[in-house]
Ligand binder design. Sequence first.
Ligand SMILES: [Zn+2]
Length: 174
Amino acid sequence: MSLESSLFFEEFSALEEALMAEALREAALAAAQGEVPAGAVLADPEGRLLGRGRNQMLTLADPTAHAEIMAIRAASLAAGNYRLTGHLLVSTLEPCPMCLMAAIHARVGQVIFGAPEPRWGAAGSLMDLASLAGLNHRPLVRGGLRAEAARAMIVSFFMERRGRGGISGWGSPD
Ligand SMILES: [Zn+2]
């Protein structure tokens, strides 16, 4: 198993595609609530969906309520275990440092994301967290699954909110 992160991985399984479709559904729910559209799901090693999450920072007034954190919390609760060894986290956007580190704390085995997040991404954009020396656990991280769908949601969200203005820094929840 490669330890390298990849922003644009090419091949994904049918199961991974199906899980991303669920994550994109969560992102759409976030957008409908006025939240930046990001969604995530967490599956156990058999591929069973264990937890879902979507951005809820505004709704919950919680700066840590990112989609991936919410999915990790839901899955840990469902599993009755704070360790999610061998599990798979699927996120519509490249996780930020907080979320990727949460996945590492949970011992998640693999992380798959859709679109790179130029401003906060911790899988190669802002930094490559999983390549840090000294980590005792490194998930396999692959990006690029349904990247266009995830990015289109973000772009239209910010276009609607900011009018015809630019979309630089589109990943910022500000
Ligand atoms: Zn995050």
